[in-house]
Design a protein around this ligand. Sequence first.
Ligand code: DGI
Ligand code: FE
Ligand code: FE
Ligand code: FE
Length: 188
Amino acid sequence: PYTHEELMAKVAAQLTDKRYQHCLRVEATARKLAAANDVDVELAGIAGLLHDYAKQRSDKTFIKLIKSRGLDPNLVSYGNGVWHGVVGAELIKDELKITNEDILTAVRQHTVGAPVMSKLAQIIFMADFIEPARDFLGVDVARKLTKQSLADGVRYQIQHTLAYLVQKGAPVYPQTLATYNAWVGKVP
Ligand code: DGI
Ligand code: FE
Ligand code: FE
Ligand code: FE
């Protein structure tokens, strides 16, 4: 397996410096959330570091993988926003030799969520949303809720994301909608 240093170099080589810095902030935020929620801090850090590894790959790369790996064929109708997590996990597995399924699942779910998410997956989902450089209306509420309860943070984010997609007229990937339906009104 690659060392932490090697993984950092591999992520840096794939991304603009701006996006790489985001990955480092997600790593640090994920480590804090892990410590506060009894989750393996190292695992959370690695998943945070790697979560956007595939973000700058071409559409062609993702479309090929959707076909060759037998992923949900409906994925082809979406775009990088959905692909870099759901499909990008395949590249993390292959190129970075990450075999830990908990990490891969957290990366897969980091944009669209899932009706049932492990604590690690919830942490990566939230760390991406609330890392210190995030600046959108509601981010302070999101940070406060997440500190109180991971599940409250997840609920807030998916509600925010769905509203944003609908407001801009973007297609909603069915898993995103399923995440919303499962988490809204869910009692933690
Ligand atoms: O990769 P990041 O920019 O750090 O953040 P992200 O992975 O949470 O979000 C990537 C983008 O994906 C974001 O602009 C919202 C978009 N997205 C999330 N769910 C859906 C979606 N786009 C479409 N079209 N459909 C979805 O269901
Ligand atoms: Fe992302
Ligand atoms: Fe996100
Ligand atoms: Fe991200």
